[in-house]
Design a protein around this ligand. Structure first.
Ligand SMILES: NC(=O)c1ccc[n+]([C@@H]2O[C@H](COP(=O)([O-])OP(=O)(O)OC[C@H]3O[C@@H](n4cnc5c(N)ncnc54)[C@H](OP(=O)(O)O)[C@@H]3O)[C@@H](O)[C@H]2O)c1
Length: 254
């Protein structure tokens, strides 16, 4: 359905300032494919600034994707500047943010409304609102992609350990929204592939506090995770549309 980078493939990547999102920006820019990098402080991010200084085809936009008005403005800016993506890849996500009451819960007593709200705002509502406002920018009669990084722990069937209530639930809900989106878009965007992706445990600020129990050799560098995910997205096919796909191409049960 999709094909490896050509100059016509324009990727809009959220969560582009850190971890997996940044590594995906670097990966595709190394193929000199144009990228629109989105995060709250993308224009002031040293890694993104350095890529721009190298003359690579990178546009940075500062957007808090939890705000609907901000997403409307993002869509408007893309239209006005004729910077239209053919692929949208959502890599923004949150697991812990103590300042905003978000601590991965070990037990019921750890759950707070603030934590649930903040987790769902970014991990669940933002991806579908991103689709709501940006999908109209995608081509209708050419291959297009809407991928969002979920997490295996969002699988209900695979939940044997418990804990991390808000993160698990926000990713499970994201998966349901993406699946629903995949069904609805089938007719209007016959060449669009919608997918939820699991990157594997990756060495980023999000996973840093939880890396102690990761078995030897099972922690990916962001570069490796990006390479693996890019391979899946570059070769996305009809069968994967509406799926929950892991870094190695296997399907994860919902
Ligand atoms: N790392 C892992 O082991 C792992 C495993 C499974 C799934 N995942 C998933 O992979 C995705 C990427 O995670 P990561 O590990 O790369 O995390 P990360 O390094 O913490 O990066 C998170 C990104 O999200 C952006 N972001 C946060 N709040 C935002 C907001 N309100 N609006 C726009 N952007 C926002 C951050 O940029 P700003 O702060 O500049 O806005 C940053 O670029 C997440 O969805 C995560 O759940 C990660």
């Amino acid at each position: 359905m999709n094909k490896p980078s050509s100059p016509d493939t324009v990727r809009l990547i959220t969560g582009a300032s850190s971890g997996i999102g940044l590594a995906l920006v670097q990966h595709w820019l190394s193929e000199t494919a144009p990228v629109i990098a989105v995060s709250r402080h993308a224009t002031r991010n040293p890694a993104l600034q350095s890529l721009q200084q190298q003359g690579l085809p990178l546009t940075c936009m500062d957007v808090d994707i939890t705000g609907e008005t901000a997403l409307e403005t993002l869509a408007h800016t893309c239209r006005q500047s004729n910077t239209l993506p053919t692929q949208i890849i959502n890599c923004a996500g949150v697991l812990h943010d103590r300042d905003r009451g978000l601590v991965p819960e070990k037990r019921l007593e750890d759950i707070t409304l603030e934590g649930l709200h903040n987790s769902f705002a970014l991990n669940t509502f933002a991806p579908i609102l991103l689709a709501r406002h940006l999908l109209p920018l995608l081509p209708r009669r050419q291959p297009a992609l809407f991928a969002s990084i979920s997490a295996r722990v969002g699988s209900i069937e695979d939940n044997h350990l418990g804990g991390w209530y808000s993160y698990r639930a926000s990713k499970a809900a994201q998966n349901q929204l993406l699946r629903t989106l995949a069904i609805e878009t089938r007719r209007r965007y016959p060449q669009l592939c919608v997918m939820a992706l699991h990157p594997g445990t990756t060495d980023t600020p999000l996973s840093t506090p939880f890396q102690r129990n990761v078995p030897e050799g099972k922690l990916f560098s962001p570069k490796r995770a990006a390479r693996q995910l890019a391979h899946i997205m570059d070769h996305a096919n009809e069968e994967q549309h509406g799926g929950f796909i892991a870094w190695d191409g296997s399907t994860i049960p919902w």
